[in-house]
Design a protein around this ligand. Structure first.
Ligand SMILES: O=C(O)C1=C[C@@H](OP(=O)(O)O)[C@@H](O)[C@H](O)C1
Ligand SMILES: C=C(OP(=O)(O)O)C(=O)O
Length: 427
C-alpha cells in the first residue's frame, strides 16, 4: 500500500503506543510461567507472532480490549505440532528459538522473506554448545531453523555484535533449565539496553539474572510469577520517536507525547538527541509527558550502538537540520527488517539530502530547503516507512511511501495518529 504525506504542520497530544520489546517479553515470560494477565500490551503483527509461538509450545492466549491473558506452559514447552511462523519478527524468532531448545523434540521456525535473510548463527552455535542441536536448513545461519532439545544449561560463549536478542533468548530460557546459563560475551555488546529491558521484565516476573564480568548469568530452576499474576507494559520510546521528531520538524504548536515514563529502554535517548540538535523539548519524567515544539535543528553526532532503532528517525532529523549529522557505530542496523543504513541513505538522497554511507557511519548533510517530495521505498520495513513519513511533513509537495501497511509491525495506528496531529496523509 502507498501512503502520501504532503508538507504539513502538526500539533496536539498523542499517547506513546505500548512497548513492543516489553510486550514480546511479557507474553513469553507469561508462557514460561503458569500464566499471567498482561495489561496495556501492544497488539501488532510482531507481538501476535509471539502469542502464536506461546500457543504452539502449549500455552493458551486470549486477547481482550486492553489485556492479554496467557495460560502458560510452566517452564516445560511442548514440542510444537506445526512449524512456528515468526512472520517479520526477529524478536519472536530469536526468543523462541531458545524456548524450542527446552522442548524434548524437534521445533521448526520460519518467517517471511525479510526474517529468512537475517542472521541467527550465533544463537544456533550457543544452543549446540549447550548440548542441543540447532541448524539452519540452508546452513547459512538463516531461517528456516530446526532446533532439537532439551538442553539443561551450562556455560556458553556468544558474540554480542550481531544481536542482543540472542542473549535475551538464553537468559529467558536459562531460568527454567536445570543448571542455569553462564553467558560469556566474546565481543563488544551492541543494543545493551535491550538486555536491561529483559532483566527488568525478568525481575517483574520474580526471576533473577545478572550481569557478570564479560557476560550475564541466570540460575536454573527458577519460577516465573509476576506480583498478583499481572504485568503492565510501559510506553514505547522507539515509536514515540516519530511523534517527537514530527513535532520538532513540523510543530506548529506543541506536540505532547504521553505515556512516556522513564525505564531501561535505550530509545529514551531520543529526548537528549533532540535537545542536542537544538529542539525545544521537555520531558516531565514524573508525569510521563514529553513536549516538543517546532524548532530550528542543527546537526549532531550520535553513536547508535545502544539505540539501533533510532537510526531512521535520526537520519530524517539530520536531513532537516542545518549542517552535518553523523550517525556512528551503525553496522548492526544493517541486520534489521532491511539494511536500514542503505535504505535511509537511498531514500533521503531521493528526497534531495546529501548523504554519505559507510559500513559503520551514515553522514547526512541536511537543510530543510533541500528536501523535495518524491516517491520513496518503505522496503517492507515499519521503521523506514514511519521515518520517511516524518520527512514527508517537511519536504516540498508530496512524498509517497510504498509498503506503508508495514506499520502494523510495531505501531498499527501510526498514520491515524499522524493525521489526528494535523498531517496531510492520504492513501
Ligand atoms: O530485544 C529487542 O526487543 C530488540 C532488540 C534490538 O535488536 P538487536 O539486539 O538485534 O540489535 C532492536 O533493534 C529490536 O527492534 C528489538
Ligand atoms: C528490528 C526490529 O524488530 P525485530 O528484531 O523484532 O524484527 C524493530 O522493531 O526495529
Amino acid at each position: 500500500m502507498d501512503v502520501t504525506v504532503t508538507q504539513s504542520k502538526v500539533e496536539g497530544r498523542a499517547r506513546a503506543p505500548p512497548s513492543k520489546s516489553y510486550t514480546h517479553r511479557a507474553i513469553l515470560a507469561a508462557g514460561y510461567a503458569d500464566g499471567a494477565l498482561i495489561r496495556q500490551p501492544l497488539s501488532s503483527a510482531d507481538t501476535r507472532a509471539t502469542m502464536r509461538a506461546v500457543e504452539q509450545f502449549g500455552g493458551s492466549v486470549t486477547q481482550d480490549d486492553d489485556t492479554i491473558e496467557v495460560d502458560g506452559f510452566d517452564g516445560r514447552p511442548a514440542v510444537p505440532a506445526d512449524v512456528i511462523d515468526c512472520a517479520n519478527s526477529g524478536t519472536t524468532m530469536r526468543l523462541t528459538t531458545a524456548t524450542a531448545a527446552l522442548a524434548d523434540g524437534t521445533t521448526v521456525l520460519t518467517g517471511d522473506s525479510s526474517l529468512r535473510s537475517r542472521p541467527h548463527g550465533p544463537l544456533l552455535d550457543a544452543i549446540a554448545q549447550l548440548g542441543g542441536t540447532a541448524r539452519s536448513t540452508r546452513d547459512n545461519g538463516q531461517a528456516p531453523l530446526v532446533i532439537d532439545g532439551p538442553i539443561s544449561g551450562g556455560p556458553v560463549e556468544i558474540p554480542g555484535d550481531v544481536s542482543s536478542q540472542f542473549i535475551t533468548a538464553l537468559l529467558m530460557a536459562g531460568a527454567v533449565t536445570a543448571n542455569g546459563i553462564d553467558l560469556t560475551v566474546t565481543t563488544e555488546l551492541k543494543s545493551t539496553p535491550y538486555v536491561d529491558v529483559t532483566l527488568d521484565v525478568l525481575d517483574e516476573f520474580g526471576v533473577t539474572a545478572r550481569p557478570r564480568s564479560h557476560g550475564y548469568s541466570v540460575a536454573g530452576g527458577q519460577y516465573y510469577e509476576p506480583t498478583d499474576g499481572e504485568y503492565t507494559v510501559p510506553g514505547d520510546f522507539s515509536s514515540a520517536s516519530y511523534l517527537l521528531a514530527a513535532g520538532a520538524v513540523a510543530g506548529d504548536e506543541e506536540v505532547v507525547v504521553t505515556g512516556a515514563f522513564p525505564n531501561p529502554q535505550g530509545d529514551t535517548a531520543i529526548v537528549s538527541i533532540l535537545e542536542a540538535m537544538g529542539a525545544a523539548v521537555e520531558w516531565n519524567e514524573a508525569d510521563g509527558v514529553v513536549r516538543v515544539r517546532g524548532s530550528t535543528l542543527t546537526g549532531t553526532t550520535v553513536d547508535v550502538g545502544d539505540t539501533p532503532d533510532l537510526l531512521p528517525t535520526i537520519a530524517v532529523l539530520g536531513a532537516v537540520a542545518e549542517g552535518t549529522t553523523r550517525i556512528e557505530n551503525c553496522e548492526h542496523v544493517r541486520y534489521k527488517e532491511t539494511d536500514r543504513v542503505s535504505a535511509m541513505a537511498e531514500a533521503l538522497t531521493t528526497l534531495g539530502a546529501v548523504v554519505d554511507e559507510q559500513q559503520d557511519v551514515l553522514t547526512v548533510h541536511g537543510g530543510e530547503s533541500d528536501l523535495e517530495g518524491a516517491r520513496v521505498g518503505g522496503r517492507g520495513d515499519h521503521r523506514i516507512v514511519m521515518a520517511l513519513a516524518i520527512a514527508g511533513l517537511v519536504a516540498d509537495g508530496a512524498t509517497t511511501i510504498s509498503d506503508a501497511e508495514h506499520v502494523d509491525v510495531s505501531f498499527p495506528d501510526f498514520f491515524d495518529v499522524l493525521y489526528d496531529l494535523g498531517a496531510t496523509v492520504e492513501n
